[in-house]
Unconditional design. Sequence first.
Length: 362
Amino acid sequence: MAYQTEPTFRHDQPRRVGILLINLGTPEAPTAQAVRPYLKQFLSDPRVVEIPRAIWWFILNGIILNTRPKNSAAKYATIWTKDGSPLAIHTRRQAKLLQGYLGDQGQPVMVEYAMRYGQPSIASKLMALKEAGCDRVLAMPLYPQYAASSTGSAMDAVADAIKALRNPPELRFIKHFHDAVPYIEAVAKRIEQHWVRHGRGDHLLMSFHGVPQFSLDKGDPYHCECHTTGRLLAERLGIQASQYSIAFQSRFGRAEWLKPYTTTLLHAMGKKKTGKLDVICPGFVADCLETLEEIALEGKADFLAAGGGDYRYIPALNAEPDWIVALSKIITPHLGGWQIQPEDGAMIKARKTRAKAMGANS
């Protein structure tokens, strides 16, 4: 087996701990030319599309990649910012602020972020951590609820990258955090902040990303973990079962997906003349196409067209200070037993810079 060229090992090299935050990914630009390779990588993942490869190859390359990139690019264009993709912006900021905050707490670890599809790749960031002297790495896919098509795929990519290293780092994973108290608290605070500013709505809709129904039948815990998150949030917020709903969005293809569908519920609530509807996507820790375009824009249009009143999308956790603190609380127990080296001058300087940036964000 051919291994990647790696940094020369030194016996006196300081041992460092690295954290790799992993999100789904984003195209480089809101254009069909940029979306096409991103979609090809994403939809070629056998964890994402569980159809026999030979059949799916013809569908993907003969139909989807010739039609969908243009439509997807138009959707990305509605949410793109002068600094680029919202998902990339928020995930990058989460990594920087988390490193600064952990350093302030006496844990001078190195934090990087990577994307499962697109750039920066998981393999490149694992190598960057290794080059920085990290011989222990904690990988955290930023999906609160475990699904084979999301967290499982991220684990695959990490394993594939490790295979190419002759001297791989010690590795740990955070599989899920759907019921972690810091996560529930951070999402609840996000909702409460919205209520303080805009008043409490008549109903709260929690929309999670959908997966095919057969994934539940095959043993994925995703459906149960989404409902657990929803129940815990409701308990924390002090709302009754009649005051909130859980639904699933982003259906793709003709197969049956987890129900109820978000679009179906939005139409029904609009027809019932719901006056004020609050909508949040707890399964996304950073705003992206699925939250900003599909839910905040398309969802609102569907709700209003059906006769609904005031539609209020509640933003994702993004790089809010409460979420950075929550991230650190989720991560810290997983670092147990890993002795962390004291900071050097460069690390102290970087930590202070990031701590200052976090203060400016609050």
